[in-house]
Design a protein around this ligand. Structure first.
Ligand code: AMP
Length: 285
């Protein structure tokens, strides 16, 4: 596996692959890799000749400086893991490579309400920073395919919106959320959970499945407040718990009126903020 840190290196690698008519699939990450990330690399390899992963903790998508500082970093271990799993190349740029002084990497897009709801409400500026880095990495890597996880469903929706609106020449593929045996969605942030909070965190997936199983059994607002209370009882502090339309991300009142629905939760387990979601009606990809 090749490891690149410079713009010129990744550009010349991908140019060479294109000359050989090799298709390229790209998996952007912030590192501290787990099996969820690896499953995206496997999707990349199954759908293209070459799989490239990036590891970059993007400062512009953190609205909270403490969160940025606490974000787990273990690049050497990540590189070893990627090598063992058959990734072809990894791009590990410094901040100055992604955002060279003087280069305008900002993007102007009409996002409607997509970046105002859920995560957008609690992490102002997060999605602008996320789209900025995804666009910049796409410019550097120029992949045919971009693989992103359902785990960050709102992120996936916004990236799809950006690709459509800017007419970017890349196909987006969604990867299913990988979970621990007890249902907790794999996340780099799980490393920071205390043993007690690790146990409490199971309530997130438990309540997502509860919402799915009971969708038509009782009124939506009762269902939601029941799940809300259960999360509190489990020692978590819920930021939001919403059932949204998979396209508009707007909260729904009547599940029958929508083809596909996603239940989304963000909750604090101690000082660790966790998010998860589940497609509870239709297919949400
Ligand atoms: P991150 O490093 O957290 O920015 O995530 C990089 C990519 O991995 C994103 O597309 C995430 O949605 C995806 N991802 C994160 N956790 C999981 C998971 N448990 N299963 C599948 N994909 C995931």
């Amino acid at each position: 596996m090749q490891v690149f840190t410079q713009k010129e290196e990744i550009k010349s690698f991908t140019a060479d692959q294109r000359k050989r008519n090799h298709s390229i699939a790209f998996v952007p990450t912030m590192g501290a890799l787990h099996s969820g990330h690896i499953s995206l690399i496997q999707i990349a390899k199954a759908n293209a000749d070459i799989g490239i992963c990036s590891i970059f903790v993007n400062p512009t998508q953190f609205n909270n400086p403490q969160d940025l500082q606490n974000y787990p970093r273990m690049v050497d271990r990540d590189i070893k893991m990627l090598e063992e799993r058959g990734c072809d190349a990894v791009f590990v740029p410094a901040v100055e490579v992604v955002y060279p002084p003087g280069l305008d990497t900002g993007i102007e897009l009409d996002l409607g309400t997509l970046d105002k709801v859920m995560e957008g409400k609690f992490r102002p500026g997060h999605f602008k920073g996320m789209l900025q880095v995804v666009k910049r990495l796409l410019d550097l890597v120029e992949p045919d395919l971009l693989i992103m996880g359902q785990k960050d469903f709102q992120q996936y929706t916004l990236v799809r919106h950006m690709i459509n609106q800017l007419n970017l020449p890349v196909r987006l593929i969604i990867g299913a959320t990988l979970r621990e045996a007890d249902g907790l969605a794999m996340s780099s942030r799980n490393l920071r959970l205390s043993p007690e909070m690790r146990k409490n965190a199971i309530a997130i997936y438990k309540n997502l499945t509860y919402l799915k199983e009971n969708l038509y059994k009782t009124k939506l607002d009762l269902l939601i407040s029941h799940a809300f209370m259960d999360l509190e009882k489990s020692g978590l502090q819920t930021e939001y718990l919403e059932i949204v339309d998979d396209q508009s991300l707007e909260s729904v009142m009547d599940p029958k009126k929508h083809e596909n629905l996603v239940a989304c939760i963000a909750a604090w387990a101690g000082n660790v903020r966790l998010i998860d979601n589940l497609c509870i009606k239709g297919s949400c990809d």
